[in-house]
Design a protein around this ligand. Structure first.
Ligand code: SF4
Length: 318
């Protein structure tokens, strides 16, 4: 591991001020970053520990419009167990509990979960070229082993998928992300605008500026309906999604749907939401339009279709 400096501020303003230095990373739960540092995939010169920031970054609060404001330091376990989340945002609780292991969820934070990095195997193999790790070096996955990789929205530079289950539910719920920038400016970013396609700059996972700190994630008022999250993976726990389906289905059959494990970001399309009352085939056709699978991962397309059908069938049972 490379030498780095370490700071542990107690105020968000001090954290973003510290992040003005080049090659700075924030660390909270560290459930992804520490592994990346040990492998020298991430080699920050400065580490800013945000675990003691206050006030309120570890709280879940009801907002004036009846939604929820989730502090960035709320642990995944606490968020999944919160009575308001379980009652009104069940898809979020289910997605959280489908992720990682209990020990990891005890450490992982809301902000960090959104920012975890891809689990593309070539990203983690420093002997292999990877445009996300070293821009311009090439992509070992293209033409390599692609079973877990993207079928939608990929580019000639990168075909990685986003690994978070929680982010798929947040996308479904139209969450927004509050941030603080190094200059002291605050902004709110709709989660659909937080994530990006890889394009020719796959080293950028999000549209956050350097040194921009996530302080909270806000959820709109509850949608009602039936909330479902179904994750398909190679083993029944502690594995990333081959594909996942998040859905909210209202009593009249309308609703929302999003996919995980298929693209560089959680995948949700207005046309798919609009097709919910037409059934699983119509929804899948919209979500998978333009899919470009490889021979290794072409199985994801029928798997998505079947999983959407199963989720919509479950919704009918309530
Ligand atoms: Fe790197 Fe992306 Fe290619 Fe994986 S798919 S090797 S993360 S550039």
């Amino acid at each position: 591991m490379k030498v780095f400096t370490y700071q542990r501020p107690t105020a968000p303003a001090d954290a973003v001020a510290a992040a003005r230095l080049p090659d700075t990373r924030f660390i909270a739960g560290g459930t992804n970053l520490l592994d990346l540092m040990k492998l020298e995939i991430e080699t920050p010169a400065h580490l800013v520990d945000v675990n003691r920031l206050g006030p309120g970054l570890d709280r879940i609060e009801v907002t004036a419009n009846g939604g929820l404001r989730i502090g960035a330091l709320v642990r995944n376990t606490d968020l999944a167990a919160d009575a308001r989340v379980r009652k009104d945002y069940g898809v979020l609780a289910r997605a959280l509990l489908a992720g990682a292991s209990q020990q990891l969820r005890n450490k992982a934070t809301t902000g960090g979960n959104l920012l975890q990095r891809t689990r593309c195997p070539y990203f983690y193999d420093t002997n292999m070229p990877c445009n996300k790790r070293h821009p311009g070096s090439g992509c070992a996955a293209i033409g390599g082993f692609t079973r877990n990789l993207a079928v939608l929205g990929a580019s000639e530079a990168c075909i990685a998928t986003h690994p978070s289950d929680m982010a798929v539910a947040m996308m479904l719920l139209d969450a927004s992300v509050d941030t603080l920038q190094p200059g002291g400016q605050v902004r709110t970013i709709p989660i659909a605008a937080l994530y990006r396609a890889p394009g020719d700059t796959p080293q950028l996972d999000t549209n956050l500026a350097p040194g921009e700190l996530i302080t909270a994630v806000s959820l709109p008022p509850p949608l009602g309906g039936t909330h479902l999250y179904r994750k398909v993976r190679d083993r029944s726990s502690y594995a990333f999604a081959l594909i996942s389906v998040a859905a909210v289905v209202l009593p009249d059959g309308s609703g929302r749907i999003a996919l995980g494990g298929v693209a560089h970001k959680p995948w949700r399309l207005p046309a798919a939401d609009a097709a919910m009352r037409q059934g699983a085939s119509a929804v899948a056709a919209q979500l998978l339009a333009g899919a470009r699978p490889t021979p290794d991962n072409a199985f994801k397309l029928p798997l998505v279709q079947r999983t959407i059908a199963a989720v919509l069938n479950d919704a009918k049972k309530g």
